[in-house]
Design a protein around this ligand. Structure first.
Ligand code: GLN
Length: 447
């Protein structure tokens, strides 16, 4: 597959031909189920879009039954920015319902397969975007990351996935899951393409009150020669599988060989991250999903009266995982438990943020696993708690609002991709991309 950098140089004729071929290739690979829908009408370089990002006049469903029939009335800001840069939304990609999950199995449209091994999950929730890029069915894609949903599927499918600093990319037109954690970001074949797409979609937006008033760009200034101080976390990595540990050791050697200084640091037990994240995310999700009542959006199931219509619509429209989270969110926000859960989670969030700030007083980047294992087989994480625990390495980054990039490092004995992530200070995307490019070159590995 051509890269985004190469696609930007194609003539109009070459691009049209490319898009026709791409559409045929997608149609010939339906079993992957990476795309929910393909729409080859816009002009420009085709980019795959997660099904929770609005494209005007196109269906947008967040992978849910409750939004069937809903047509986006306006473009998300990231889509406007893409169109202005000569890119066009080409296909909507599969995802876990409302971005809740780590495997893409909770989608109303059925599961997406891992392009490397069809018995394995592609990761989630942006599994369709990762599978499309990993399978050579997209030049690049957009995903969203609330607790790892860009970085983890990227690692499972052997591609690059980047979560920007909270506030760097406008959330206007993104279906909200947990508003204080959600960020849209690029999913690409390599680090340079991620920087190019990040530059296109980032920047201040008056339509998002949490958008940072900053417009600095990174791709023209990429410098993999910078020598950086990079923290590694020996104790934190102990919970990962042998596959991940050996990739971690390999990445450290590559970074040393590239002239970076490796510094050993520690982080507190990730079990606190899980509690703080699942309380915060479900509390915010409960509030965000209250609007889906069958009156204003999508699918309605008529009941005996208005209240019954709400009940029928929501009972029928939401899947099990979404219902579980609505229950959990309402529980942690209820008056008797608010102090015990929600308030404590916010305090823990501050502790996590402070912990990162302390480490960043001494280093430029942190090297971390993305997931404790490679992509698991379908049905392997059958119990919700096991699935939540598999997010240990990604969620603290969202709780602290930091930028992070997951990139392929190696494969295990079964040929499954292993990705690791670099994490940077808030708003220091330049160093994140410089260090990632250096690691990509030093490791000399392409999935
Ligand atoms: N797996 C996490 C969750 O289910 C993260 C999902 C995401 O980042 N959207 O909440």
């Amino acid at each position: 597959m051509i890269t985004l950098k190469e696609a930007l140089k194609l003539s109009k004729e070459e691009l049209n031909k490319f898009k026709e071929d791409l559409q045929a290739k997608i149609a010939a690979n339906p079993e992957l189920n990476a795309y929910i829908d393909v729409n080859n009408v816009g002009e420009g370089i085709p980019i795959a879009i997660k099904d929770n990002i609005q494209v005007k006049d196109w269906s947008v469903t967040s992978g849910s039954n409750i939004l069937q029939g809903y047509i986006a009335p306006y473009n998300a800001t990231v889509i406007e920015k893409m169109l202005n840069a000569g890119l066009s939304p080409f296909g909507r990609t599969n995802m876990d319902e409302f971005a809740m999950g780590s495997t893409t199995e909770s989608s109303f449209y059925g599961k997406t397969l891992n392009p490397v091994n069809a018995e394995c999950v592609p990761g989630g929730s942006s599994g369709g975007s990762a599978a499309a890029v990993g399978a050579g069915l997209a030049i690049a894609a957009l995903g969203s990351d609330t607790g790892g949903s860009i970085r983890q599927p990227a690692a499972f499918c052997g591609i690059v996935g980047m979560k920007p600093t909270y506030g760097r990319v406008s959330r206007y037109g993104l279906g909200a899951y947990a508003s204080s954690l959600d960020q849209i970001g690029p999913m690409t074949q390599n680090v340079e393409d991620a920087a190019i797409l990040y530059d296109i979609i980032s920047g201040h937006d008056v339509k998002d009150s949490t958008s940072a008033p900053m417009d600095d760009k990174v791709s023209d200034k990429l410098n993999p020669e910078r020598k950086l101080r990079i923290a590694v976390l020996p104790k934190y990595v102990e919970n990962a599988s042998e596959d991940i540990k050996s990739a971690y050791a390999k990445a450290i050697e590559a970074l040393k060989a590239a002239g970076h200084t490796i510094v050993e640091k520690e982080m507190m037990d990730a079990k606190y991250d899980i509690s703080a994240y699942y309380i915060t995310a479900t509390a915010e999700a409960t509030t965000n999903l209250a609007r889906y009542d069958g009156i204003r959006y999508g699918n309605r199931v008529e009941g005996k009266n208005l209240e019954d219509t709400f009940i029928q619509t929501r009972s029928n429209g939401f899947g099990d995982e979404v219902k579980r989270r609505i229950l959990l969110g309402n529980f942690v926000l209820s008056s008797g438990y608010y102090e015990a859960y929600y308030v404590k989670a916010q305090k823990t969030r501050h502790i996590i943020k402070d912990e990162y700030e302390k480490i960043f007083q001494d280093v430029d980047l942190i090297l971390s696993p993305v997931a404790p294992t490679v992509a698991n087989k379908f049905g392997e994480l059958s119990n919700p708690m096991e699935m939540y625990l598999s997010d240990i390495y990604t969620i603290s980054v969202n709780l602290a609002g930091l930028p992070a990039l997951s990139l392929p490092i190696s494969k295990n004995a079964d040929g499954m991709p292993i990705g690791l992530q670099l994490i940077a200070k808030a708003y220091d995307e330049q160093t994140l991309f410089d260090g990632s490019l250096s690691l990509e070159k030093a490791i000399g590995y392409k999935a």
